[in-house]
Design a protein around this ligand. Structure first.
Ligand SMILES: [Zn+2]
Length: 401
């Protein structure tokens, strides 16, 4: 079957736009996308009148935790759950995510390897959800940040073994923890964690298997260690200084800002259930985080969108709030969309199949009522999402009916 969405406003993910465009979908792929005058609609195609509608590529969130549900005390919640319960919860989060227009996510830390089971269930059509590139458990030092969704390691040999085990279990990316964090009690965001040798061993072992490494880092010392170790992305990059910013630019390391993580935690009042230590840490860093994002954006560091969805009050399905924050802190709406499509796909290494709407790509797209360049907040308005298509099939919106 061929589907033709014609006379629509097209944002193709590359930064280009077309006022009057036609997108042809055949099977799971884009058959053509371009000016309506140049794209011929084949006979028998199902036609969707795109007047008044915009088409954007399926959105990509490079930093989620499907096993966490935005509870105020995510660590305590996870510890009280059976792993099988957590997996069922993850499945509902996956559904909410794809219905919000996010057709791909990178899951950078889950309590066990069941994220790979969830991926399998989605890929086989059993469950509705986004494409998942999963890390499985994060790799951290003994007593380190994220140990509640991590594998604690010591020494380069153990690091290499754990990386190999994760990849054998299905990891599409490796997540390492290079500084303390907000949610893990007793760790400080500005302290570096894991040794330089351990970080480098993780990158080397991952690269040998053709995988990339994402490093959690708030403080500048940990960021620099991770950049020198050869990671592909710095997650959060909260307390960026000139040197770490320059290094990111020099080595082409991506920033995944996750502005929503600190913002949703810091917005909570005492008594909301977020542990006191996490609240204090996030409040103390929010302003610095915004400044780091602005500095990175202005200096031309690659920025790929990520929310840290699953952390306190940072819900799956509300991922588009991150684009609003990126625009509030200096990006144009177009830049925020590119960060959430083409650039995100490049970071993950899947830019040949998703992230842009051009001939031969997977047919992952979102159809919107109105123009998101005039108000990026419309991406969070379900009444404006007419259809979400993943691999040529409408998964949500009125067109899915
Ligand atoms: Zn995270």
């Amino acid at each position: 079957m061929t589907i033709a969405i014609h006379h629509a406003f097209l944002i193709d993910g590359t930064g280009d736009l077309h006022d009057n465009a036609t997108v042809l979908v055949r099977g799971t792929k884009i058959l053509a996308a371009g000016p309506s005058s140049e794209v011929r609609i084949p006979k028998g195609a199902v036609r969707i009148d795109g007047r008044g509608l915009s088409i954007i590529p399926g959105l990509i969130d490079c930093h989620v935790h499907l096993c966490l549900g935005g509870e105020p005390d995510v660590v305590g919640t996870l510890e009280s759950e059976q792993p099988s319960y957590t997996l069922l919860k993850s499945a509902t989060h996956a559904k909410a995510t794809v219905e919000a227009g996010f057709t791909t996510v990178r899951d950078v830390g889950s309590r066990d390897h069941s994220i790979f089971t969830l991926k399998q269930a989605i890929d086989s059509g059993l469950l509705s959800g986004p494409r998942i590139v999963g890390a499985g458990r994060a790799i951290c030092m003994i007593g380190g940040h994220a140990r509640f969704i991590g594998h604690e390691v010591e020494g380069t040999e153990q690091v290499r073994r754990v990386v190999a085990e994760q990849i054998a279990a299905g990891a599409g990316v490796i997540k390492i923890i290079a500084t303390g964090g907000v949610l893990t009690p007793g760790t400080s965001p500005d302290e570096a964690q894991m040794t330089m040798e351990e970080l480098a061993a993780a990158v080397d072992a991952a690269q040998q298997a053709g995988k990339r490494v994402a490093a959690h880092a708030h403080g500048a010392a940990g960021m620099k260690n991770a950049i020198h170790a050869g990671v592909r992305s710095i997650e959060h990059a909260t307390l960026l200084d000139d040197e770490s910013g320059n290094l990111m630019k020099q080595y082409g390391v991506y920033m995944v800002p996750t502005l929503s993580a600190l913002a949703t935690t810091a917005a909570c009042r005492p008594g909301c259930g977020i542990p006191e230590s996490a609240l204090a840490k996030s409040k103390s860093m929010t302003k610095r985080h915004q400044a780091s994002f602005k500095a990175a954006h202005q200096s031309g560091v690659f920025i790929a969108m990520g929310t840290d969805a699953g952390t306190p009050f940072n819900y799956h399905g509300e991922n588009a709030q991150e684009l609003e924050r990126m625009v509030a802190f200096g990006m144009t709406p177009m830049e925020a969309i590119v960060a959430s499509t083409a650039t995100a796909a490049q970071l993950i290494g899947i830019q040949d199949s998703v992230g842009t709407l051009t001939k031969g790509m997977e047919a992952d797209l979102v159809i919107l009522k109105g123009n998101p360049l005039r108000g990026i907040e419309m991406l969070r308005d379900r009444d404006k999402i007419v259809g979400v298509m993943k691999a040529g099939k409408f998964v949500s919106g009125p067109l899915a009916k």
